[in-house]
Design a protein around this ligand. Structure first.
Ligand code: IMP
Ligand code: MG
Length: 195
C-alpha cells in the first residue's frame, strides 16, 4: 500500500472510487473550502446593507438536486444572514454524459417565491439548458430577486440570466465529486476530479 502523498493513489482513496481511476484532481478539498467560504462572504455582502432583507425576511436558497447537495450544505453555513433552504429537482441528464436538453421539474419547492429574495444554487453550468428552461418558470412566481450561484461554470455559453456568483471557471471536461456524478457514482468524493 502506498502512503498518502497527495496523489490520491492510496488504497483507501482508490476504494472510495470503487477502484475507478481518475485522470486528475481539478480542485482539491482545500481549494474548494476556501472558495466556498469566499462565496458565502460575497453573498452575505450582496444582501447586507441593501434594502434587500431590511424587512427582516430571510433569504431563500434553493438547491438544484442532486448535484448541488454538498456545495449547498457547505455554502449556507458561510452565509451570515437569516436563510431558509429548499430544493428543486430538475431532471436533464440520463446515465450518459451528454445533455438531452429536456428539462423537467420533478420536485417543486413548497415555499412561495413571491416577494422573496431567491438564490438558486447549481453545481455546474454546462450547456445552460437547465437554467434556461428553469429560470423563466421561477421568475413567473414574482420573487423580489432571483440570482444564480454555481460552483462551476464551463463557460461554453453566455446565459441571458447569467450566474451572479461562480466558484470556478472550470475546464470543459467531465467532472465528478463534491456532488457531481457520473451515472450516480462519485458524488461523495471530497474533491473534484476529471474522469
Ligand atoms: P446543463 O443543463 O447542460 O447546463 O447542465 C446541467 C446539469 O448537468 C448540471 O447541474 C449537472 O448536474 C450536469 N452536468 C453538466 N456537466 C457535468 C459534468 O461535467 N459532470 C457532472 N455533471 C454534469
Ligand atoms: Mg445538477
Amino acid at each position: 500500500m502506498t502512503l498518502s502523498d497527495g496523489s490520491l493513489q492510496t488504497q483507501a482513496q482508490s476504494a472510495q472510487r470503487g477502484g475507478h481511476d481518475i485522470r486528475r484532481v481539478v480542485y482539491n478539498e482545500a481549494e474548494i473550502e476556501q472558495r466556498v467560504r469566499e462565496m458565502g462572504r460575497e453573498i452575505t455582502e450582496h444582501f447586507t446593507g441593501s434594502e434587500a432583507l431590511a424587512d427582516g425576511s430571510s433569504l431563500l436558497v434553493l438547491g438544484l438536486l442532486k448535484g448541488s447537495f454538498i456545495f449547498l450544505a457547505d455554502l449556507v453555513r458561510r452565509i451570515n444572514l437569516p436563510v431558509q433552504v429548499d430544493f428543486l429537482v430538475a431532471s436533464s441528464y440520463g446515465s450518459g454524459t451528454v445533455s438531452s436538453g429536456d428539462v423537467k421539474l420533478v420536485y417543486d419547492p413548497k415555499a412561495s417565491l413571491e416577494g422573496r429574495h431567491v438564490v438558486i444554487v447549481e453545481d455546474i453550468i454546462d450547456s445552460g439548458h437547465t437554467l434556461r428552461r428553469l429560470l423563466p418558470i421561477l421568475a413567473e412566481r414574482e420573487p423580489a430577486s432571483l440570482d444564480v450561484c454555481t460552483l462551476l461554470h464551463k463557460r461554453l455559453v453566455t446565459l441571458e440570466h447569467e450566474a451572479r456568483w461562480v466558484g470556478f471557471d472550470c475546464p470543459n471536461e467531465f467532472l465528478v465529486g463534491y456532488g457531481l456524478d457520473h451515472a450516480e457514482n462519485f458524488r461523495h468524493l471530497p474533491y473534484i476530479a476529471s474522469m
